[in-house]
Design a protein around this ligand. Structure first.
Ligand SMILES: O=C(O)[C@@H](CO)OP(=O)(O)O
Ligand SMILES: [Mg+2]
Length: 401
């Protein structure tokens, strides 16, 4: 019933106005699924390769479609993803493009769910999943590679950890976003928005910490539950070997100073989450920081692990971090992403499912987070391509998908 009978690929827009790959998967019994690839700006050195959309589409048509259409069942995700890997033949999807691979992988999963008449999270996670919902981490203030002339730290993320429901959490993050706007206006600090809809004011990182803290406290009082915050430092973007450390507007920090700086911020602001605080090649520094603050906060590897089981294994052996960011397009298929989550879970690492800075209205990651009991999902706070996922989480919680 779920035999794939057709796959259609096309070029569509992403949220930055760039071309990305959309895939439609059709099955024998009329099942249909559609997936769209997101795209990073602060990409990790070890990520799977995204090709220009037209090239990815042409290569996937030539190499992947013959191995899938009439050959593989959409309901069997491991078979679909193994066929994509075999068609590509490289380690990093550099032949058909991770953008084609992930779009087809997600479209097949949705077609499989469609045939079963089940919500995607249930198809991916099984019938015993779906009662736990992730806390959304909302990007509120940001800079780095996502906005010019703003903070050095890439993302300041609201974390409504005390919210009684996903719905309350989503609205709390939107309120923090609004509150930061008001604080910036009071301080006469006009701000545009970065790629993910976060405010991108021209302030120092210290001032951003202070503004975030004030905003989450105000909204927590209004909403009546705890809201804290976290960071995506995107340390690999700050690190410069030639400069001998992490380059901030006000100077360069050595690795030891960077560890000290982050540890101090974790203590001072009770941060619940710190992503990529250090360079993507420095397992040792990640391990040192995890030793210091790993019992107080999640130390999450994004560019460090790139959703890759081999890099996660190395991290586990080194004691680097206690959490992994999961981005399906970073590795190319849902199977690979779920394998990374399962390895993480077996080793006491938390998984945080994430969007990319370039996004689409695709909602797969909302389902993946619920399917895998992820404690957090990072998918922005406002903006249509971000609210697509947040609103889908509200629907999942409301049994409306
Ligand atoms: O660094 C990150 O975690 C992401 C998403 O916020 O950014 P990008 O997609 O640009 O890699
Ligand atoms: Mg990151």
């Amino acid at each position: 019933m779920t035999l794939i009978t057709d796959i259609r690929l096309r070029r569509v827009l992403d949220s930055r106005g760039n071309a990305t790959v959309e895939a439609d998967v059709l099955t024998e019994s009329g099942g249909f699924g559609r997936g769209k690839a997101p795209s990073g700006a602060s990409t990790g050195e070890y990520e799977a390769i995204e090709l220009p959309a037209q090239e990815a589409i042409a290569n996937a048509r030539d190499d992947a479609l013959p191995r899938l259409v009439g050959e593989v069942h959409a309901g069997n995700q491991r078979d679909v993803d193994a066929a994509l890997r075999a068609a590509d033949g490289s380690d990093d999807f550099s032949e058909i493009g991770a953008n084609s691979a992930v779009a087809i992988s997600m479209a097949a999963a949705k077609a499989g769910a469609d045939v079963l008449g089940a919500p995607l999270f249930q198809h991916l996670g099984g019938t015993f999943r779906g009662n736990e919902y992730p806390t959304p981490l909302g990007n509120i203030i940001g800079g780095g590679e996502h906005a010019a002339d703003a903070t050095n730290i890439q993302e300041f993320l609201a974390a409504p950890v005390g919210a009684p429901s996903v719905e309350d959490a989503v609205f709390a993050n939107a309120a923090v976003h609004q509150e930061v706007h008001d604080i910036l206006a009071e301080r006469d600090l006009p701000a545009g928005k970065g790629d993910e809809g976060a405010w991108a004011p021209s302030v120092s990182d210290d001032e951003a910490f202070e503004i975030m803290n004030e905003a989450v406290e105000t909204v927590a009082d209004d909403f009546g539950f705890a809201i804290t915050f976290g960071l995506d430092v995107a340390g690999a973007e700050l690190y410069d070997d030639d400069e001998g450390g992490y380059v901030y507007d006000d100077g360069v920090k050595s690795t030891e100073e960077q560890i000290e700086y982050i540890a101090e911020k974790v203590e001072e602001y009770d941060l619940v989450y710190v992503e990529d605080p250090l360079d993507e090649n420095d397992y040792e520094a990640f391990a040192d920081l995890t030793d210091r603050v790993g019992d107080q906060t999640l130390v999450c590897g994004d560019d460090l692990f790139v959703t890759n089981v081999e890099r996660l294994e190395a991290g586990i052996a080194a004691g680097a971090g206690n959490s992994i960011l999961i981005k399906p397009n970073q590795i190319g298929t849902l199977t690979d992403a779920v394998d990374a989550i399962e390895l993480a879970t077996r080793n006491g690492y938390e998984s945080v499912v994430s969007h990319r800075s370039g996004e689409t209205e695709d909602t797969t990651i909302a389902h993946l987070a619920v399917a895998t009991d992820a404690p957090f999902i990072k998918t922005g706070a406002v903006g249509g391509e971000r609210t697509a996922k947040l609103n889908e989480l509200i629907r999942i919680e409301d049994n409306a998908v």
